[in-house]
Ligand binder design. Structure first.
Ligand code: S3P
Length: 181
């Protein structure tokens, strides 16, 4: 595969804006957008929260790794991963080998403000009060950062406080790519 066609992968914590930015980036580049959670759901005819509830997180992580290996091989796509994808197995090393990787970096404050308006169901965050949520997100982000930071590029997405700013983040990525090509 040529470097030009390599899959672009977005990593980062839940609700950092991976899907939103990924869709906009794909559109602007004329690429197809994939979301790894949706890909898993389509391939296994089951929703992520259901897989977690019925088969457990370990099984989900195994499916996630296998589906990552399928999707990341596609050419000319933008793929947004689940928040946990880079933190299991050698997934982050694998992504860096086969794709171009971007960490969408957000603070716990930004993530919690996005979570308030997000409609997606997230098994790891279910049933938490706003205070518990902030505590959990801060702690887990700290643990996960070491994996996310291995991405080839880091993009600050704390500007993503409203939807006008999506283009700003997309342009940041395009600028990096322009410098590279
Ligand atoms: C997870 C993030 C979710 C989904 C699953 C687990 C995580 O994806 O894969 O609920 O461990 O951070 P999003 O980051 O797209 O919400």
């Amino acid at each position: 595969m040529t470097n030009e066609a390599k899959c672009i992968i977005l990593v980062g914590y839940m609700c950092a804006g991976k899907t939103t930015v990924g869709k906009a980036l794909a559109k602007k580049m004329g690429r197809t957008f994939y979301d790894l959670d949706w890909y898993i759901e389509e391939r296994f005819h089951s929703k992520v929260p259901k897989i977690f509830a019925e088969q457990g997180e370990e099984r989900f992580r195994d499916l996630e790794r296998r589906m990552l290996h399928e999707a990341a091989e596609f050419e000319n796509i933008v793929l947004s991963c689940g928040g946990g994808t880079p933190c299991f197995f050698d997934n982050m090393e694998y992504m860096n080998q086969v794709a171009e990787t971007y960490y969408l970096k957000a603070t716990p404050e930004t993530i919690c403000s996005h979570l308030k308006i997000s409609k997606g169901e997230r098994p790891l965050l279910k049933g938490k009060s706003p205070e518990e949520l902030y505590e959990f997100v801060s702690q887990q982000l700290q643990e996960r950062s070491q994996f996310y930071e291995k991405a080839q590029h880091i993009i600050d997405v704390n500007v993503l406080d409203n939807f006008d700013k999506i283009d700003f983040v997309v342009d940041e990525i395009l600028k990096i790519r322009g410098l590279k090509d």
